[in-house]
Design a protein around this ligand. Sequence first.
Ligand code: KG4
Length: 349
Amino acid sequence: MIEQMNMAEKDIIILGIESSCDDTSAAVIKNGVLLSNVTASQAVHEAYGGVVPELASRAHQQNIVPVVDQALKKAGVTKEDLSAVAFTRGPGLMGSLLVGVSFAKGFARSLGIPMIEVNHLQGHVLAHFIKQNEDDNHQPEYPFLCLLVSGGNSQIILVKAYNDMEVLGQTIDDAAGEAIDKCSKVMGLGYPGGPIIDKLARMGNPEAFKFAKPNIPGYDYSFSGLKTSFLYSLRDWLKEDPDFIEHHKEDLAASLENTIVEILMKKLRLAAKDLKIKQVAVAGGVSANNGLRNAFHQYAKKYGWTIFIPPFGYTTDNAAMIAITGYYKFMDNDFCTIDLPAYSRVTLK
Ligand code: KG4
């Protein structure tokens, strides 16, 4: 009895580790409240216009120990205070994942505490449950819809519980972030294109140019047609004016962003209407986009949605979302064994 009481009163402190792509991140969450979230990004890829897997893996190896050290120090806890180590198992780049997975397993084993595997996509969705302080209660109630948009995913997810998510629709080709990055590359802008397009779009006319929109059934998305339409239109315009991009880059960015946001919101609205759900969230790297965030506010007003938009720090890859998922799994005693491999591809069921 006394032992049980002590268990119930004991703080649950989770160290989360994320290394699925090009961000090495570690975070500490205590009883669901965030204590620290430290991320080392990798500028080395900028020169190549995309993430180079081998370089990412090497940078993770350099970053992982100092990042974890900083996260513990910022949180004001020692490694002996930890209840468990949660880590991104996948999906992601195998060489990158292996660094975080191996570190997490070794660290947990050396401390004699449980290890918890986390699906990166589930982590993005559960970022909405990270509490900034004890009184932070702005969290969605189940069931809610989540638009997960990143460089690798564009999905509409029905979230029934923290561990029960159903993908209602997803891209059949490129992801939204991938399309933005590729169009930005065609325009000769830097990498990653998302934030650059976002910035330029603020100064442009979203109706200046029209690009192809997909016409596919259900809640699925497609962005490859838009990408081709952007490329071919640009090629024609450049024949007439070799400086077309320079003369119109703000309008091009605004029109591209507007087209992508319209495509994303149309299907999301359809799902919300069909399922009669009014709590709608957005997650993933593209959720940092100002045009998409504005559209969420407009839809909230128009359709009476309660919306959940993550703070900028939780839009791109971060370990806070892995730690919060680990926290919920910890409460369910959902631990994993040391022989568990990383996986590069996986869906949310
Ligand atoms: O979730 P994330 O960090 O990584 C994965 O893909 O898992 O998402 C990265 C994507 C990239 O395509 C990047 O260009 C896009 O998110 N992104 C943005 C913005 N910030 C990042 N896209 C549009 N507007 C932004 N502000």
